[in-house]
Design a binder for this molecule. Structure first.
Ligand SMILES: Cc1cc2nc3c(=O)[nH]c(=O)nc-3n(C[C@H](O)[C@H](O)[C@H](O)COP(=O)(O)O)c2cc1C
Length: 393
């Protein structure tokens, strides 16, 4: 009877309730709603929208009204900083349908309208610059040859699937990145992010699986990273020192003969000296199976799957680090920030619930309802990103 009274008293004081909720990850967000000010980026909170290709650009790579609406929804939903989805800097680098591109005046005009619309609404937006390299597809890149660090042949038919990039082509691609970065700054984006992860061109250069070159762009670790160093040098010379350059990099490719953890730590240790302001840590490639960038998340213990390697990257790089990959519940969000990561980056949960951050800020601390089923990817491919839980088929 006495015990029951004590129990009711504690229950009444909300103590048991908060204990029970913290076990499930319903932890109050103390750090996540403090302002982000690091690496040249200022945002009202620690939440980032990780770059997400939504399959909603026009066929020619321009921004559409629907795409602008999706980004505006994220501003309404209190996301502190939005990275756009992939933006291909070169026509041949397109690897997915209805993907943004930035290599013509029309692209500049339409991306400029997007940047203005988001920043006028009070949002912050950075642009992710990418090149698909070996992943590019002739059906989406205007039937241009596919370029890769080294030639790729079909093992069965011996047919050439990708041509080795010549040195003049490397210099042209570096120049495409430099022009795109200059245009992004002029258009009013708040930062650029170079895509060094997920099996895209720069990741292919870093990976001995793709890079078998014996010139200055291949060989040992530093040679494989040389194209990144050179691209950053050109971009810095073009845009000056006051504009933030971030990278999204793999902590490991988690694939045989790919970029290893040691390669990633070595790269990270150079980035500050090469003019980078901040890092988003991801991992995996399309060849990594279950260890790819978009993993399954069933339980709290599956969340934030790159955290331990991200902390190592933070230490060696001495740069601000944001973390992406499987972050779903407030307990994990706070834990990641308390451990020293500067920002939380989300992709699938914001396809599922664009107003998730606002929901958290209003006190509903239940975890993201994202099932991490990756069906959103299929919808992006077919008609435009959507969460399977809300699509009536
Ligand atoms: C539909 C879809 C599109 C994506 N597009 C991009 C992209 O354009 N650029 C990128 O770096 N990562 C992209 N990703 C990967 C995400 O940014 C993120 O790294 C990954 O989904 C893990 O984070 P999450 O668990 O918060 O979804 C995409 C993921 C999905 C599901």
């Amino acid at each position: 009877m006495v015990w029951r009274g004590k129990f009711l008293f504690l229950e009444f004081m909300g103590i048991f309730d908060s204990f029970k909720r913290s076990l499930k990850g319903y932890v109050p967000l103390k750090n996540a709603f403090t302002p982000f000010k690091a690496g040249g980026i200022e945002a009202k909170n620690r939440f980032f929208r990780s770059a997400t290709w939504l399959g909603l650009a026009a066929e020619n790579g321009e921004v559409t009204q629907e795409l602008t609406k999706r980004y505006s929804d994220l501003v309404r939903g209190d996301v502190g900083f939005i990275w756009t989805g992939l933006v291909s800097v070169s026509p041949e680098g397109v690897n997915l349908p209805r993907m943004l591109q930035l290599h013509s005046k029309q692209h500049i005009d339409s991306l400029g309208r997007l940047a203005r619309s988001i920043t006028r609404a009070g949002g912050k937006i950075g642009i992710q610059l990418a090149h698909g390299g070996a992943m590019s597809k002739r059906e989406f890149n205007g039937r241009k040859p596919v370029l890769a660090p080294s030639e790729i042949r079909d093992p069965r038919t011996n047919e050439i699937k990708a041509n080795e990039i010549s040195i003049p082509e490397i210099m042209r691609i570096i120049s495409d990145f430099t022009h795109a970065a200059g245009a992004a700054k002029a258009m009013g984006f708040n930062a650029i992010q170079l895509h060094l992860a997920h099996g895209f061109l720069f990741n292919q250069f870093l990976s001995p699986r793709f890079n078998k070159r014996s010139d200055q762009y291949g060989g040992q670790r530093d040679g494989r990273a040389f194209i990144i160093k050179q691209t950053l040098e050109y971009i810095r010379n073009a845009i000056g020192n006051d504009f933030p350059i971030w990278v999204k990099m793999n902590c490991s490719d988690f694939v045989a003969n790919g970029q290893t953890e040691d390669d990633a730590l070595s790269l990270a240790s150079h980035l500050m000296g090469w003019g980078v302001n901040g890092i988003e840590v991801s991992g995996g490639t399309p060849d990594s199976g279950k260890l790819g960038p978009c993993r399954e998340v069933f339980k709290t213990i599956d969340e934030a799957y790159f955290l331990s390697l991200a902390l190592k990257i933070k230490k060696v790089s001495r740069l601000p680090v944001i973390l992406v990959g499987g972050i779903r519940s407030t307990g994990i969000i706070e834990d990641v920030l308390i451990k020293g990561i500067d920002g939380i980056s989300l992709s699938r949960p914001l396809i599922c619930e664009p107003l998730l951050v606002k929901r958290f800020s209003e006190g509903d601390l239940s975890p993201s309802i994202c099932l991490s089923c990756n069906e959103c990817f299929r919808y992006s491919y077919e008609s435009g990103a959507a969460c399977a839980q809300f699509v009536e088929e």
